[in-house]
Design a protein around this ligand. Sequence first.
Ligand SMILES: [Cu+2]
Length: 222
Amino acid sequence: MKFAPLAVLASLSLGVHAHFRLLFPEPRGVFVADQEPNFCGGYSDVTTNRTTFPLEGGFFRIRQGHEDWSTSVLVSVAPNPNSFDTFKSGGEDLYARFWANESKTGNFCIPLDLSASGVSGVEDGANVTIQIVLNGGDGQLYQCADLTLSSNYTFPSDIQSACVNETADHTAHGTETSTSPSTSETAGSSGSGNGQLGGFEHLPVLSALGAGVVGALIAIAL
Ligand SMILES: [Cu+2]
């Protein structure tokens, strides 16, 4: 039924949305919007689909449908991070990246230098878990990814080249469909099934550690 035009329009008008999606590194499980307000987006236990991730110079990508949102990243070195407490030490959140704000919707590739977290155990060869926390005005939302850290690792070129920012000038709010009769076909943006927010204003591609939107996020975070 999701492909029926009337159903699409109804869902849009009701504000049904996907909140935000973690596109990279791979999240613990298949995205379930209704579960996103829960710990790790509903995937409580550690998984075996770990992503090799650089200790320095990493990044994460999200597709984000809220306007005026903020995000932070928590890190856990617990063997099975299965509760919010496992992302804390002495009652304090273990931030891999402190809160930063942004006002646009779209796709974002945000630097994540885990070595800068200062968290004990975040080191070469360690199995860690990151939890992306995002607040877009409808409660805090969570996605987790299980990683193995490497100090000598750089992302392959396909992952590097996917690290782009594409901001939208309206709040599509992350709806998955782009079949509304009032909009043209989604421009063939990414080839990997990402970037399906309709009506993108394609900004110049920014590199992973480039300026622009990401730079603004860094500036706020610092
Ligand atoms: Cu939302």
